[in-house]
Design a protein around this ligand. Structure first.
Ligand SMILES: Cc1ncc(COP(=O)(O)O)c(C=O)c1O
Length: 444
């Protein structure tokens, strides 16, 4: 019999709880601050934007939180996602390392983002909200929320970062198909957008600007709430279904990872895979945890661990995180979902405490790794996910050079079927690497 390359779970093995690491942290997180008073945020401060059940999850002391039945019903449409052993990639790299990847691109929207979009839509519907407003970088989060809003009978407005809006027109069509309205950001629908357009009419946009627009939209309409696709604790929490499943599947494969890798925008796919392993690390064992970000937007490796705003217009609470400055506009790299100036406060804290590592790559080696992956394993990765592949390949090459076995697990957070324009540029030799934007980051 040939060796298995695919590890699958039955519906009854899909996790029924989310894993909350907040109560297990050796030191508590610094609290988010009210942007007006600079006092620690109260749940009431967040009510104009989020429903109470999500706010409670943001600060929850419970180690495990039950996943509601209606959310499980939707999760079952595509979960559990497969875990693969990348035997053909291992062979191409001539490495003694075993490489595993958890593939989140099997969701209807094509990434891990529906894992949190679905519960966010569910809790908002229960709170009597009519519409959700959000931002999207690459279009993956906007697609996921459009889908989730459709399932729970909510309207959805998406502010899509201008450069992605132009690069990925079919993402917009996908969101429209699921019933959402989509504006390129900066837009003239909000004060925040009009402000940016007045000073920079040809702004490529950024997640920071699009967040300002969506927050303003929600804060100025009583029947509308805001939904964020990454960064916040409740988003990390919902994504822990990834790591819980991966642990079961690695056990099926009879191996434990030495290193767990995920690309890093705001931290949700990396956190989703890594946080269940963080509990092992806090208990004194467990793998290395490696977050991989773009060199053009290096919040974890070159940012400052400080209080900053989550958005450009300074509408969000101040959060303690690794940040490049809230008005830093990253270069228009093709991994649009990684163009965020900040980072999850929970993962920032864990990085600061030394429980996770971070590394940055520029986009050309990432596309090269994506191509090698597509040509060996078959799946065409999202440009964001290619950062995790690039790091996994480097770990496998290091194992070869050291002549040591190693078990590598990474999250393939999404497919790149809407990113063919980026692949076309790469294959045509038209893609450039951006120099590290040191001056702009220093100014921000
Ligand atoms: C496929 C994919 N991977 C990763 C990310 C980065 O987000 P996060 O760090 O929250 O996982 C995105 C963001 O849009 C994405 O679309």
């Amino acid at each position: 019999m040939s060796e298995p390359s695919k590890f699958l779970l039955t519906d009854s093995q899909i996790p029924t709880v989310w894993v909350n690491v907040l109560p297990s942290l050796p030191e508590p997180l610094d609290p988010p601050l009210n942007p007006q008073t600079r006092a620690p945020l109260t749940p009431q401060d967040l009510l104009p934007l989020f429903p109470m059940e999500l706010i409670e999850q943001e600060f929850s002391p419970q180690p495990l939180i039950d996943i509601p039945g209606e959310v499980m019903d939707v999760y079952r449409l595509w979960r559990a996602t497969p875990l693969y052993r990348a035997r053909r990639l291992e062979k191409a790299l001539d490495t003694p390392a075993h490489i595993y990847y958890k593939y989140e691109g099997t969701s209807p929207a094509g990434s891990h983002k529906p894992n949190t979009a679905v519960p966010q839509a569910y809790y908002n519907k229960r709170a009597g909200i009519r519409r959700l407003a959000t931002e999207t970088g690459a279009g993956q989060w906007g697609s996921a929320l459009s889908l989730a809003c459709q399932f729970f009978g909510l309207e959805c407005t998406v502010y899509m970062v201008r450069v992605s809006y132009d690069q990925k027109p079919y993402r917009r069509v996908m969101m429209n198909t699921w019933g959402a309205e989509v504006w390129p950001s900066p837009s003239d629908h909000t004060n925040a957008g009009r402000g940016v357009l007045a000073s920079t009419p040809d702004s490529p946009g950024s997640l920071g600007i699009a967040i300002s627009e969506a927050v303003e939209d929600a804060a100025t309409h009583a029947d509308t709430n805001y939904a964020l696709g990454s960064v916040l604790n409740h988003v990390m929490l919902h994504q822990t279904v990834i790591g819980q499943e991966a642990k079961l599947q690695m056990r099926q494969a009879g191996e434990e990872p030495d290193v767990v890798i995920g690309c890093f925008g705001g931290g949700s796919n990396f956190g989703g895979l890594a946080l269940p392993y963080v509990l092992d690390r806090l208990a004194g064992h467990g793998p290395r945890l490696l977050a991989v970000e773009p060199a053009a937007c290096p919040s974890l490796t070159k940012g400052t661990f400080a209080y900053d705003y989550g958005d450009t217009a300074k509408l969000t609470p101040l959060i303690k995180m690794y940040t490049l400055g809230h008005d830093f506009v990253p270069p228009g790299i093709h991994a649009g979902g990684l163009r965020y100036h900040g980072a999850s406060p929970l993962l920032s804290h864990l990085l600061h405490l030394g429980h996770i590592e971070a590394k940055a790559y520029s986009q050309l080696p990432c596309f090269q790794a994506a191509l090698q992956f597509a040509r060996t394993e078959g799946i065409l990765p999202a440009p964001e996910s290619s950062h995790a592949i690039c790091a996994a390949v480097d770990e496998a090459i290091a194992a070869r050079e050291e002549g040591r076995p190693k078990v590598i697990l990474f999250c393939l957070s999404g497919h790149g079927h809407f990113d063919l324009g980026s692949y076309e540029s790469y294959l045509g030799g038209k893609l450039q690497d951006y120099a590290y934007p040191g001056r702009e980051i220093h100014a921000a």
